[in-house]
Ligand binder design. Structure first.
Ligand SMILES: O=C(O)CCC(=O)C(=O)O
Ligand SMILES: [Fe+2]
Length: 281
């Protein structure tokens, strides 16, 4: 991508990024309406849980490249933007038929990862599970593991970034949007719980522009996002153990860093009026 998206010093609009001790329904409504662009909950993950997960990721887990999909001439094209992953993401099934090996692997890995992550975090709950339970308490329709194809999906993939490749994400603002053919969602959010953060850098940038509609997501597939939608970047420097929720149909990007690691447990969260929040990744 070109220099034009290189991130400048950021103008801040503090009231659009809110920080809470605990999630509440009003803040979620503001996120859904677009009044608020990000919710931050510091100290969301238990210190011990982050330590246990980090230890396992260092010693045992096999990391792979996490790619981001675009569609070019109707074909799914996967790009590597410097994010590694532990766990199999749903976008690995895109462009593969029903019953494909990729689909079998996705659901098999989802079940496997659930039990591995549960046992690493025990006796605590995995942070993404804690989030789902809090939403069950505070949101009228609660929150569920998505099963858009009839089987429970994966929630809580591990995303890991390292100094050597982290910068690849910086100049490539992206939006994440589940294909309409899988489920029609009014809104798509992501929750990242940062279990390791670098000493400096690694900011999450979210642009203050309308969330992209389905037809806009389609129009800009495989292309640069339009410059006029990349005018007002807001910067979030994630803290260790913090939860950050954003609308992933707004352009966002991650800044590079020179040392340390940046690791989060992530899930997408789908939202339709009158329905529970749907978790998947
Ligand atoms: O790592 C982050 O801070 C954001 C990750 C991201 O792009 C997403 O959750 O959609
Ligand atoms: Fe994203």
């Amino acid at each position: 991508m070109t220099e034009q998206h290189t991130l400048n010093p950021i103008t801040s609009t503090p009231q659009k990024i809110i920080e809470l001790k605990q999630l509440d329904a009003l803040s979620l409504k503001q996120l859904i309406s677009g009044e608020v662009l990000a919710i931050r909950v510091p100290e969301f993950a238990h210190e011990k849980t982050s330590a246990r997960l980090n230890h396992y990721i260092d010693e045992t887990a096999t990391l792979e490249q996490y790619s981001h999909e675009t569609y070019e001439n109707g074909r799914v094209v996967q790009h590597f933007y410097g994010v590694h992953r532990w766990g199999t993401p749903f976008n690995s099934t895109y462009g593969k038929g029903a019953g494909s090996d990729n689909q079998h692997k996705y659901y098999a890995d989802a079940a496997h990862m659930r039990s591995v992550i549960d046992s690493i975090c025990a006796p605590e709950k995995p942070p993404i599970q804690l989030l789902m339970e809090q939403l069950q308490d505070i949101w009228p329709q609660g929150a569920v593991t998505a099963a858009f194809q009839g089987k429970p999906m994966f929630c809580g993939i591990i995303r890991a970034m390292f100094p050597e490749t982290a910068h690849l994400s910086e100049t490539v603002p992206h939006v994440d949007c589940l294909p309409l053919s899988i489920a029609e969602l009014e809104h798509q959010f992501s929750a990242n719980i940062y279990i390791e953060t670098p000493p400096a850098g690694g900011e999450l940038i979210i642009w203050d522009t309308e969330a992209f509609a389905y037809d806009e997501v389609k129009r800009f597939e495989g292309a640069q996002l339009p410059e006029h939608r990349l005018q007002k970047p807001l910067r979030i420097l994630p803290r260790k153990h913090e939860l950050v929720i954003i609308n992933t149909r707004r352009p966002h990007a991650i800044c590079g860093f020179d040392s340390g690691k940046r690791i989060s447990m992530q899930s997408f969260i789908g939202c339709n009026a009158g329905e529970p929040f749907y978790f998947w990744c």
